[in-house]
Design a protein around this ligand. Sequence first.
Ligand code: C2E
Ligand code: MG
Ligand code: MG
Ligand code: MG
Length: 291
Amino acid sequence: VSVIIFPFLGVLAGITTWLLLGRMGSPLAQMKSALLNHQFIPYLQPLVEGDNYAVIGAEALMRWQHPKVGMIPPDQFIPLAEQSGLIVPMTQMMMKQVSNYFAPRASQLPIGFHFSFNISASHCTDMGLLEDCKAFLAAFFDHPVLLVLELTERELICPNEITTRLFRELHKLGVLLAIDDFGTGHSSLSYVQQFEIDALKIDQSFIAKIGTDALSAHIVDNVIDLAKRLNLNIVAEGIETRKQAEYLRAFKLDYLQGYLFGRPQPMSEFAKQWLNQINPTAIPYSRKPRA
Ligand code: C2E
Ligand code: MG
Ligand code: MG
Ligand code: MG
């Protein structure tokens, strides 16, 4: 029953949000004023190591803290932000908020701790992204952190001249690139060939199928196997149950992420929960030789 009810509730919530927003003027105009009013904020979700579950990084996930509607999840406003180009200043704001908050607390992070941000395809043709990354890393000058950019396939990234140069410069700067939702799109394998990718995040839809039936198990095993053969850092996303975590243990994945380890939370809560519990021996994302 929940399989039917929950997506239904999600759709209903989405429609309700847009009905409420619609009555307050054009969604785009509201997004512009929300940007000026700092209503887009990062929630942070921990990433843990695969063997001892020590926290090694945090993914920033955008939320729209709307004064009337409440907290709006990204699926309901990112597409419009991408189409309108607002995603670029919105992402800059996210990076600034994270560095402003964590740079003064960076001594409480282990060496090699990473922050990752989701980057839209349209942003990958903007050399300004390089400056934003430089500014982010510079804020952590006395306690360096790693910076990871997660690329999805919602919009296609064309390997044009600017993108190629941007990714090359980012690589030189030490910024790591990850493919998000690996296994779902058509182009993640070509991204791996075209760009210097450092990490793959196996999509949560595969993890959700663990323990359901033999065919699903076969698919999950093969997606993980393919990812491992590419010799990149591997993250499994969307782990909710101990059973899923136990199943994945056999694959010796580098990193895990999911509600089982921690939900996305406001920065101050993330700091309260995780900053003093961090394992100093955790092994960070690393650059591996290409397979
Ligand atoms: P994503 O980058 O693949 O992020 C993972 C999503 O799965 C997040 O949803 C997270 O809250 C959720 N999640 C994490 N662990 C679990 C779990 O154990 N079970 C389940 N069921 N879900 C889990 P969220 O925060 O709603 O974000 C959805 C998507 O929106 C993200 O998927 C990403 O593609 C996009 N997004 C979020 N923030 C940004 C952003 O700042 N910029 C861009 N361009 N896209 C963003
Ligand atoms: Mg992501
Ligand atoms: Mg994902
Ligand atoms: Mg996703």
